[in-house]
Design a protein around this ligand. Structure first.
Ligand SMILES: Cc1cc2nc3c(=O)[nH]c(=O)nc-3n(C[C@H](O)[C@H](O)[C@H](O)COP(=O)(O)OP(=O)(O)OC[C@H]3O[C@@H](n4cnc5c(N)ncnc54)[C@H](O)[C@@H]3O)c2cc1C
Length: 314
């Protein structure tokens, strides 16, 4: 086993030009602050490293998983038997002739929102306060206040296994917290957003208002969580029924399992109040689901992704 690990490390460094890390705690890379160790870990600093790391894992049939900000993931207590690639490929460019902004997929949403504020470009204000990266946001069509990131995507560069493709908005088939990236397992390299010119002060004002609204509903900044745990329910007429409302009426606020707790101020947030394990969170989430099922006959669906450790290949 040790020889196999050494071989993977050696080949990776030859192929990508920088070493892999071994036995890395995933806690540090999850806003939930939960997770065991990954066998291998690599932080790609740019698109070229991201591509190379993916190609390496494909060539070696090494199980791998891409993360951005780790703000929508619950890592397993057993960690991950393979390679976690953290995408930190950052960069933003502005194309004034079309009012388009291009961002590499590892760009943080907060940096994108700040760039748009400074440049007088409106359309992405609703992303203010959502942690994570462009890649994770497009993957799950992140949104708030009735808007989703897919609404402003013009086109993007994606990776389908080894093949790079430029695709337009309709390729993504964006829906409520979903996109074709999620359905098909494609990787996002970069995205162009189509925005509108506006007064920078007006944009900043809207961003401030959004942040203030979020502060009212959400746990204080720095609280360990992965955001809303369950998706809202889409009714047959297309209207949304807030999962938080059903959970609240099912009486889950303050419920605890180990050190995982339903945030008393928002019934759809599970928070880690200390040393919660993934198993605590999963048990608590099951209890929340069954209470809602019992009271309303409705099956809630998880928004947070649980990444299983997978079978060892070493
Ligand atoms: C306090 C808090 C508040 C939140 N509020 C909101 C909210 O209002 N609205 C909302 O929608 N979400 C919200 N979230 C959830 C989360 O922030 C978003 O889903 C965010 O877009 C996830 O981005 P990420 O980079 O952290 O993704 P990660 O958690 O790292 O990954 C999520 C998924 O995206 C995939 N992925 C990441 N990068 C790529 C890529 N380049 N190519 C292909 N797949 C990729 C990963 O493989 C994984 O399956 C909140 C989370 C927290 C902690």
């Amino acid at each position: 086993m040790k020889e196999k690990v050494q071989k993977i490390n050696r080949l990776f460094e030859l192929f990508v030009g920088r070493p892999l890390q071994s036995d890395v705690s995933l806690k540090e890379y999850s806003t939930f602050r939960i997770g065991g160790k990954a066998d291998f870990f690599f932080e790609a600093q740019n698109l070229s490293e991201l591509r190379q790391a993916i190609f390496f894992a494909l060539d070696q049939s090494l199980p791998f998983y891409i993360i951005g900000g780790g703000s929508n993931i619950l890592f397993a207590d057993e960690g991950y038997r393979g390679l976690i690639i953290k995408n930190s490929s950052k960069g933003i460019s502005f194309f004034p002739e079309s009012n388009e902004v291009e961002a590499f997929s590892g760009t943080k949403l907060i940096e994108l929102v700040e760039f748009c504020c400074e440049s007088g470009l409106a359309g992405l204000e609703f992303l203010a306060g959502i942690p994570g990266t462009v890649g994770g946001a497009i993957w799950g069509n992140a949104g708030a206040f009735g808007r989703s990131i897919g609404d402003v995507v013009a086109r993007a560069l994606i990776l389908e296994k080894y093949q790079e493709r430029e695709v337009a908005n309709d390729f993504f088939a964006f829906g409520y917290r979903t996109s074709r990236l999620k359905e098909k397992g494609y990787f996002l390299l970069s995205t162009r957003f189509r925005l509108e010119r506006d007064d920078p002060e007006a944009i900043k004002r809207r961003v401030k208002e959004i942040l203030a609204l979020r502060r009212l509903k959400h746990p204080p900044e720095g609280t360990a969580s992965a955001g809303s745990y369950f998706k809202n329910i889409i009714l047959p007429d297309g209207q949304k029924l807030a999962a938080g409302l059903l959970l609240d009426q099912a009486g889950v606020k303050g419920l605890k399992c180990g050190e995982a707790m339903v945030y008393p101020g928002h019934a759809n947030f599970i928070i880690n109040i200390g040393q919660a394990t993934a198993s605590d969170v999963l048990k608590l989430a099951n209890e929340m689901k069954s209470r809602v099922k019992e009271k309303f006959g409705v099956e809630l669906e998880e928004e947070v992704i649980y990444l299983e450790a997978t079978a060892s290949m070493l």
